[in-house]
Design a protein around this ligand. Structure first.
Ligand code: UD1
Length: 428
């Protein structure tokens, strides 16, 4: 298992290119199952989760053609001329929960689908009950059998009104895709408004879907008989943007994030501004620099979009560990999303967790240590802490980082970080 070694204390300066959004690309890839024509997706990040989804689609009979871009990213041409298999097997779903995104499209196109239940996950139980409930409201019969979701709608799905009891991102995406091929009108109330949902809906419209209310919490979909192929460029990754913004801030640096879009991260920009970090638009993206003096402690609460994203919570906490004063960080989207806390404390942070809130009392500096984390964003928060810490930080279990960050060391080294990957053949 690879390790990353960081010798901290270097101020980051320069430019970092922002990749396409993994969490937009995953549902967009699943959307290829809705048509027998090619779906061409550009600006897809070259990360492990995308490779997992490509493997799953190939298993189902999708022809996957890949073309690497010059430096970062790739273009995928996905053609599901015929769906040969309707089973998403345990081994692939276990690796990545987002595999459940093939459920809606398979059911809508083929009339049945068999998808392994994702099971537990490091950040809370994360069930898919709302996906299943909504699909049954569209007329599907759902059975759970030997760890698999068996969904059937042999006569096709039928549009209806669905109200999600809380916001679910992949739940909204799954049902949105299914509803595009259902008979009649589907109305989704309390739909997720995340930019990744907007990106998916925009691509579905290019494929011939009829969707109203894109970007709002009420989506109206009129089902069509068939969808066609399309070409779509994946939007920039707002979480990668926020992560590198914190990298600049935590090192007292000055970094331009190329291709980043302010409208996707306004809540993060507001929090950073309150903490004393200036994020200003440039003609190539966004520039991030400390205003004057050290970062100040601020309170942050995670919420569905347009609120502060849960996927930025661990990174913001890393920044708060060295802030002047205290910060309260409250996680409302997931239970059990504070696994980075004990690791940050091993680096000298002062954090106390009380239920869904963590009180972070800023310390003058962190000290490098061997650390590891059990999910993607927790892992990257340790890399950020390592950039600011004195001495050497060794981040183990790097495969979590590789799931969602494209060539993270290359991007950071390009701005002057001292960070290196050591490849190892055996798992520890
Ligand atoms: C997506 C993102 C993930 C992000 C999350 C919240 C992808 C591939 N992943 O995950 O990075 O952290 O949104 O912004 O886009 N829930 C249920 N039942 C369900 C569905 C969800 O109880 O059927 C709960 C979850 O446990 C969680 C909350 O709802 O507490 C929100 O989860 P959800 O928005 O569905 O997250 P994902 O779509 O899995």
């Amino acid at each position: 298992m690879d390790r990353i070694v960081i010798r901290g204390g270097r101020r980051l300066t320069g430019a970092i290119p922002i990749s396409g959004a993994k969490n937009a690309a995953l549902p967009l890839m699943a959307a290829c199952l809705l048509t027998d024509q090619p779906l061409v997706l550009s600006n897809v990040p070259a990360v492990a989760d995308i490779a997992s989804m490509a493997n799953l689609l190939a298993e189902l009979g999708v022809d996957v053609a890949r073309q690497d871009a010059a430096d970062y990213g790739q273009t995928l041409t996905l053609t599901a001329r015929e769906v040969k298999d309707i089973t998403a097997p345990y081994d692939l779903v276990r690796k990545m929960r987002a595999s459940v995104l093939v459920l809606g499209p398979l059911l809508a196109r083929c009339g049945h689908a068999r998808v392994s239940l994702p099971g537990g996950c490091a950040i809370g139980t994360r069930p898919v009950d709302q996906h299943l409930k909504a699909l049954s409201e569209l007329g599907a019969t759902i059975r759970l059998d030997s760890g698999y979701i068996e969904a059937a709608a042999p006569a096709g799905l039928v549009g209806t009104t669905i109200t999600f009891p809380f916001v679910t991102v992949t739940g909204t995406e799954n049902i949105l895709m299914a509803a595009c091929l259902a008979r009649g009108e589907t109305v989704l109330h309390n739909a997720a408004r995340e930019p990744e949902v907007v990106d998916l809906a925009t691509c579905l419209v290019a494929m011939g879907a009829q969707i109203d209310g894109i970007g709002s919490d009420t989506l109206r979909i009129i089902g069509v008989d068939r969808l066609r192929g399309a070409a779509h460029e994946v939007l920039p990754d707002r979480i990668e943007t926020g992560t590198y913004a914190v990298a600049a801030a935590i090192t007292g640096g000055d970094v331009e994030l190329l291709g980043a879009r302010a409208d996707l991260i306004s809540s993060v920009m507001d929090s950073l501004a309150a903490a004393g970090v200036a994020v200003t638009p440039t003609n190539r993206g966004l520039r991030v620099a400390l205003k004057n003096g050290p970062v100040q402690g601020i309170d942050v609460m995670t919420e569905p979009f347009p609120g502060f994203p849960t996927d930025m919570q661990a990174q913001m906490m890393a920044l708060m560990t060295i802030a002047g004063g205290a910060a309260m960080i409250t996680e409302t989207v997931f239970e059990n999303r504070f696994m980075h806390v004990p690791e940050l404390c091993r680096m000298g942070a002062n954090i106390n967790v009380h239920g869904a809130s963590a009180i972070v009392r800023g310390v003058p500096g962190l000290k490098g240590a061997p650390v590891m984390a059990t999910d993607l964003r927790a892992s990257v928060s340790l890399v950020l802490a390592g950039l600011a810490a004195s001495g050497e930080t060794v981040v183990n279990r790097v495969y979590h980082l590789d799931r969602g960050y494209e060539r993270i060391e290359a991007k950071l080294v390009g701005c002057g970080a001292d960070i290196e990957r050591f490849r190892e053949r055996r798992d520890d």
